[in-house]
Design a protein around this ligand. Structure first.
Ligand SMILES: Cc1cc2nc3c(=O)[nH]c(=O)nc-3n(C[C@H](O)[C@H](O)[C@H](O)COP(=O)(O)OP(=O)(O)OC[C@H]3O[C@@H](n4cnc5c(N)ncnc54)[C@H](O)[C@@H]3O)c2cc1C
Length: 468
């Protein structure tokens, strides 16, 4: 159970700012290693973007759409076996767009077969593509773009580019112009065994994680927004929160890397060279979602677990970001998703630009939200005729919503572009004792990326604390 702010002590070994999956994992690992850990979260609930909300008997998941099989090993090793046991595969991934219509298990074997038989790509080319992406790693040449990679293997085949790219753009906001290694690493992770989810929903996962944190002795305090990271003589000394200084040997920020540098830490703490690079970080796009709850007692037929749908003639990253995009992913949550909770919900997810939504007047904002909801219901009706009559809850989130709840720069859903990774990894060299964890560089984003990054950062912090 979170403690009230007045119960927090004046000193800890390490303070974690933010309880996204990266922050939670770092806190858990460090407490497990015996350090005295304080976790401060500005929201009333833990989880960051791994969150949910309840309306009229419905439970809506925000970011539980799918993650790679790697989560099984990661959760078993760094959380616990019970968490691991709830990870199950989503076997029905559907694509429907003007270029093709297909159903897949979204794993290597099925994709090789689809590319060869449906898209008529020679097996040798397909195998060679898979060998190339599987061999990609962080230390590779970073100058090749994903577009160049696709053109090398599938020149002019915009249908193949769409099949390979559209789900990844939804998963992490990357585009054809991002480094091919960011694509290769994430795509290969999914192709390993397919797409997985957490049976029982995000609420169950976060509750299980909270129990583990408590077992390991983490002090959790919610409704606690950190205003400043304190630095003295070039070293971190703690944080300022609600007017109180809490000291610590190390601070780990799970707030966005841009927030951490520009809003939480005094700029004078960093070198000019570091700030120049930090100022050049591009944050990734944000998201829009429409949440649809089906009336109690009503059911819908199985139309797949994840439905990538678009009426746009070809895949185009900027079309996916447009406020009136014709492309969206439907995540369908059947009662089996949350055993014991006999309801159907559908979440339509779209990518979105913060500036587009921020530039609207309040009146225009409400109108655009209503229009977006109406478009989502109309699109869903193509797969589930008459579904409108079965829905008793409709609500939308926009980049403004994501910004409000997470404080992330421009409401970013997937952290930063590639350059953010280097800044995140080297911040402690600028200010000893200051670490960053959380979505950066595309690779370290998503549920699996954020948790794995939490493990890496906790090792860095453990080493640092033991050395001072
Ligand atoms: C719509 C959407 C769909 C997604 N779908 C998927 C998906 O299907 N699969 C997948 O793997 N990933 C998905 N993601 C991405 C995934 O949810 C994130 O990459 C991951 O959860 C981010 O974890 P994080 O550690 O970076 O922290 P975040 O979740 O970004 O959390 C950061 C936390 O820090 C807190 N904080 C910030 N500043 C302060 C402060 N000053 N003081 C105190 N607290 C602060 C925030 O309140 C927040 O709780 C999706 C994201 C979105 C938005």
């Amino acid at each position: 159970m979170p403690v009230s702010f007045s119960q927090t002590l004046d000193n800890y070994d390490v303070i974690i700012i933010g309880s996204g999956l990266g922050g939670l994992t770092t806190a858990n690992r460090l407490a497990y290693c015996g350090h005295k850990v304080l976790l401060l979260e500005h929201h009333h609930r833990l989880g960051g973007l791994a969150t949910w909300f309840k309306r009229k008997g419905h439970i809506f998941d925000i970011s539980l759409h799918g993650f790679p099989y790697g989560m099984v090993k990661t959760c078993k090793k760094y959380w616990n076996k019970e968490i691991m046991k709830s990870i199950v595969q989503l076997k029905n991934i559907v694509f429907d767009n003007p270029q093709f219509n297909l159903r897949t298990t979204f794993d290597k074997e099925d994709f090789i077969s689809i590319l060869n038989t449906k898209f008529k790509i020679p097996l040798q080319t397909v195998n060679s593509f898979f060998e190339t992406v599987a061999a990609m790693n962080f230390y590779d040449d970073q100058s090749m773009t994903t577009r160049e990679l696709f053109e090398q293997f599938f020149p002019g085949r915009t249908d193949v580019h769409r099949l390979l790219m559209e789900p990844i753009t939804y998963a992490n906001g990357s585009t054809l112009e991002d480094p091919a290694i960011t694509y290769g690493i994430v795509f290969s992770n999914f192709m390993n065994r397919g797409v997985f989810t957490f049976e029982g929903g995000t609420d169950k996962l976060i509750h299980m994680m909270s129990d583990e944190l408590e077992k390991n002795g983490v002090t959790i305090c919610t409704n606690a927004k950190v205003d400043n990271i304190l630095v003295e003589n070039g070293r971190v000394t703690g944080v300022l929160v609600k007017g109180k200084e809490i000291t610590s040997k190390a601070v780990v920020s799970n707030s966005g890397i841009t927030n951490t540098i520009h809003n939480l830490t005094d700029r004078s703490c960093f070198s000019d060279e570091f700030l120049e690079k930090a100022d050049a970080i591009r944050v990734n796009n944000s998201s829009c979602q429409v949440y649809m709850g089906v009336k109690d007692g009503e059911s819908i037929q199985d139309v797949g677990d994840l439905l990538f749908t678009s009426t746009s003639p070809e895949f185009d990253s900027s079309e996916l970001l447009d406020i009136h995009t014709q492309s969206k992913t439907f995540s369908v949550y059947y009662p089996k998703t949350r055993p014991g909770h006999d309801r159907y919900t559908i979440v339509a997810s779209m990518n979105g630009r913060y500036d587009d939504w921020m530039s609207l007047s309040d009146l225009q904002y409400e109108k655009e939200k209503e229009d977006m909801i109406a478009r989502a219901v109309t699109d869903l009706d193509r797969y589930l005729p008459g579904v409108k009559e079965k829905i008793d809850w409709l609500e939308a989130a926009t980049p403004r919503t994501f910004n409000r709840y997470t404080l992330h720069t421009d409401g970013t859903s997937f952290g930063t572009k590639f350059e953010g990774l280097d800044i995140s990894r080297t911040i402690f060299k600028e200010v000893p004792g200051l670490f960053h964890v959380g979505s950066v560089g595309i690779i370290m984003s998503g549920w699996l990326g954020a948790i794995n990054y939490g493990v890496i950062v906790s090792n860095d912090v453990d080493g640092y604390i033991r050395s001072v």
